[in-house]
Design a protein around this ligand. Structure first.
Ligand SMILES: Nc1ncnc2c1ncn2[C@@H]1O[C@H](COP(=O)(O)OP(=O)(O)OP(=O)(O)O)[C@@H](O)[C@H]1O
Length: 543
């Protein structure tokens, strides 16, 4: 099992040159900005003091500090520009490698049983990936800048006025370590709860929208609306509390930094009174502290982002461990045995949420080409068997030997046909390059050609939510047309004609029998009157 934290570190190290350049330039920009503030403060006050006496004004060197100020402002601008370029370049590179690697890992998980389509799981996963991606730009980079600014600030104090160090060390440690720790705790504490609440809200909203007609018919729409509103209010409240808590910690940090600045100014003035420090230097120290404090404030969100990123890596690792890669229990033999057949031996399967197994020691032999009818009462396991043969579900025990074809030559038509919100053409081809005559031929086989011709823009008519909505029967036939166009060798059909009138269903079966004469078609159906004498049949019984 790959270690996700190590994987992230490896990808970061791969891009270390760009990432390091980004950090160096960001530090240079911060140093230049703070030094610019401090030096120009010193320059203005020193020039003002020199201007008070004609002799001092004559002796004062206006040119060297002016040049330093200009130099610093140039290096700040150049540093910021370069830092944006390199740190964003590094981020993009890290993100693109990271996404590729993470999605490769995720694709190996047995999502069919984990129910990826559960909104909370998938949205949590996407949020985690975003948090992991933000580790470099929003955590490592600002934390490094802030840490190095703190070191440089302490060194400058040590050089200019060492007696100041004991006064600033405690507030500095608080602002750099304690407050960010508190802030990240506040963020992490509410993050998981807020995510769950958002997910619940999304689920209720989508359930309400998709069942609007039913709810209206039963006059329950208003109550469902109230429920949703209540959920939104609770989430808003939780969100507001979380923001308030975060703001409070930030405010406290700012207060600590202000106290530190006042202490620096007070000690600077005392040193000035005791003639240990020049007046202009005292003012410079004040501005230096203000500039450094501004950078140190970014420590809080940086540590929180690091916490979120690490928690996300941990969660991903946990789900990878929780779903060990399951070996494919199907065996394909398409070289030595050209004859199409499927042999199922001692198959055992039970859904993770269920104690009762759907299959126990199930055996079947299917010889092709031809039609095989799967029958049995509702809930006996017909769809499950099709998903097991298709490889969507993995058997706990037993084997499925598929001879004469490879895994890519199997296609399943599920009970529910999803219609994409795009043109009829794209809904049929699903991004395969298919010529127009082939499309019309497929439509003709499923008796949809007249319907397609009558659509406002023919094959280019948009289907789906908010567009032209195909009826239940039309959806089924679009599903069949997709399979015809994909031309697999082993076809798995889950109630393909449910909802169609008998005459139409019979016509379609007749066409498909001729068109698919060289394939194996395993068809789950309650309409057994469409079977022909040469067909095989498997009747599933409970247990
Ligand atoms: N994801 C799941 N988690 C737990 N149980 C499931 C899941 N999917 C299906 N089942 C259960 O497994 C059993 C077999 O379901 P399956 O859909 O294979 O039946 P079926 O024979 O195709 O039914 P029908 O003829 O009504 O379509 C049923 O008891 C069903 O409730």
């Amino acid at each position: 099992m790959p270690n996700v934290k190590r994987l992230y570190l490896k990808l970061l190290l791969q891009e270390r040159k760009m990432a390091l350049l980004g950090i160096i330039l960001a530090v240079l920009t911060a140093y230049s900005g703070i030094a610019l503030l401090a030096v120009s403060g010193w320059f203005i006050s020193a020039a003002a003091l020199a201007g008070l006496s004609a002799v001092a004004a004559h002796a004062f060197n206006f040119f060297a500090p002016g040049a330093i100020v200009r130099g610093l402002s140039i290096s700040r601008t150049a540093g910021r520009y370069g830092e944006r370029l390199s740190s964003h370049e590094a981020t993009f590179r890290i993100i693109s490698h990271l996404r590729a690697n993470l999605f490769r890992l995720i694709s190996r998980m047995s999502w069919s049983e984990q129910q990826l389509n559960r909104h909370e799981t998938s949205s949590r996963l996407l949020q985690d990936i975003q948090n992991i991606e933000a580790i470099y730009l929003s955590a490592i980079l600002p934390a490094a800048v802030s840490f190095l600014v703190m070191i440089a600030y302490l060194i400058t104090l040590y050089i200019v006025l060492p007696s100041l160090l004991p006064w600033v060390i405690v507030p500095l440690l608080f602002a750099t370590f304690v407050m960010p720790w508190l802030y990240s705790h506040r963020v992490l504490a509410s993050e998981t709860k807020l995510h769950q609440q958002h997910s619940q809200q999304w689920l209720s909203a989508s359930a309400l929208l998709s069942c609007m007609r039913t709810l209206t018919l039963f006059e329950r729409l208003r109550d469902s609306g109230h429920f949703l509103q209540q959920q939104a209010q609770e989430t808003d409240q939780e969100e507001a509390t979380a923001v308030q808590r975060q703001q409070a910690v930030l405010l406290l940090t700012q207060l600590i930094l202000i106290i530190m600045t006042v202490l620096v100014f007070w000690q600077g003035l005392l040193a000035f009174q005791h003639e240990q420090l020049d007046g202009a230097y005292a003012f410079m120290l004040l501005l230096l502290t203000l500039g450094s404090a501004e950078v140190l404030l970014s420590n809080c969100p940086a540590l929180a982002n690091l916490g979120l990123g690490l928690a996300a890596l941990g969660r991903l690792q946990h789900s990878l461990i929780a779903t060990p890669e399951q070996p494919d229990t199907r065996h394909f033999n398409h070289t030595s045995s050209p004859k199409l057949s499927v042999q199922i031996n001692h198959l055992e399967y039970s859904y993770p949420q269920q104690h009762r197994p759907v299959f126990e020691q199930f055996n079947a032999q299917i010889k092709g080409p031809g039609w095989v009818w799967l029958s049995g009462h509702s809930g006996v396991g017909k769809s499950t068997l099709l998903a097991l043969i298709y490889g969507q579900l993995k058997a706990k025990n037993g084997t499925i030997d598929v001879n004469g074809i490879s895994a890519e030559q199997i296609r399943l038509m599920p009970q529910r046909i999803d219609i994409l919100r795009t043109t009829l053409r794209d809904n049929l081809t699903l991004n395969l390059t298919i010529n127009e005559p082939a499309l019309w031929h497929a439509l003709q086989l499923v008796e949809l050609d007249h319907w397609a011709k009558r659509l406002p823009q023919g094959l280019d008519t948009w289907l789906g939510e908010g567009e032209w909505q195909p009826s239940g029967g039309e959806r089924k036939r679009i599903g069949l047309a997709r399979l015809i166009l994909q031309d697999p060798k082993l076809i798995l059909l889950d109630e393909p004609t449910a909802g169609l009138d008998s005459a139409l269903a019979e016509k379609i079966y007749r066409e498909l029998r001729t068109h698919w004469s060289d394939k194996i078609i395993i068809c789950s159906s309650h309409e057994l009157h469409f079977t022909a004498t040469q067909d095989q049949s498997i009747e599933l019984t409970a247990g």
